[in-house]
Design a protein around this ligand. Structure first.
Ligand SMILES: Nc1c(NC[C@H](O)[C@H](O)[C@H](O)CO)[nH]c(=O)[nH]c1=O
Ligand SMILES: CC(=O)[C@@H](O)COP(=O)(O)O
Length: 160
């Protein structure tokens, strides 16, 4: 199902575990800050709505999406979190740099999920234009940050 057929912000709170005892790290890329701030707001609001305590949400900023892997690894190694949400916005430019940044970021975050026992949620928009990014960070398709927060809660309690 493509995003256009699903609202990223819709969740059934009754089916989501309470997050009051969970600690979350959120690593936010500063590239395309208008978009990543909206994604962060969506994620933070959903975590709080599901019972997370404000003091249990630790936010770090990194320069760009490529640095999300290192930032998430350092968050895991130093902050005793139950899940990490990696937030980024990559928008295609004139060159193939987009492909390398997207691929490296996706692979890097996947590698963290293999190497560590802390889930790292891929909340990185990889869009062809700014409108697609706006539509997925609080626009007509909802907020990917909300979706990522719900996934973070679900993965944090998986197997417990
Ligand atoms: N063009 C975008 C970037 N580029 C920067 C890289 O992510 C990285 O910070 C740089 O190559 C230094 O290592 N990053 C984004 O997050 N979004 C973009 O659209
Ligand atoms: C995703 C990128 O790195 C891209 O926005 C950079 O733009 P350009 O390919 O025009 O240098």
């Amino acid at each position: 199902m493509a995003t256009e057929n699903k609202n990223l912000s819709v969740y059934d709170k009754n089916k989501i575990p309470n997050a009051k005892d969970l600690r979350f790290g959120i690593v936010v890329s500063e590239w395309n800050g208008q978009i990543t701030e909206a994604l962060f707001q969506g994620a933070q609001e959903a975590l709080l709505d599901c019972g997370a305590l404000p003091e249990n949400i630790i936010r770090w900023n990194v320069p760009g999406s490529f640095e999300l892997t290192f930032g998430s690894k350092k968050m895991i190694n130093t902050q005793k979190v139950d899940a990490v949400i990696a937030i980024g916005s990559v928008i295609r430019g004139e060159t193939s740099h987009f492909d390398f940044v997207c691929s490296a970021t996706a692979q890097g975050i996947k590698d963290l999920n293999v190497a560590y026992d802390v889930p790292v949620i891929f909340c990185v928009l990889t869009d062809d234009n700014i409108q697609q990014s706006l539509d997925r960070s609080g626009g007509k398709h909802g907020n990917k940050g909300t979706e990522a927060a719900i996934a973070a809660i679900q993965m944090a309690v998986l197997g417990k």
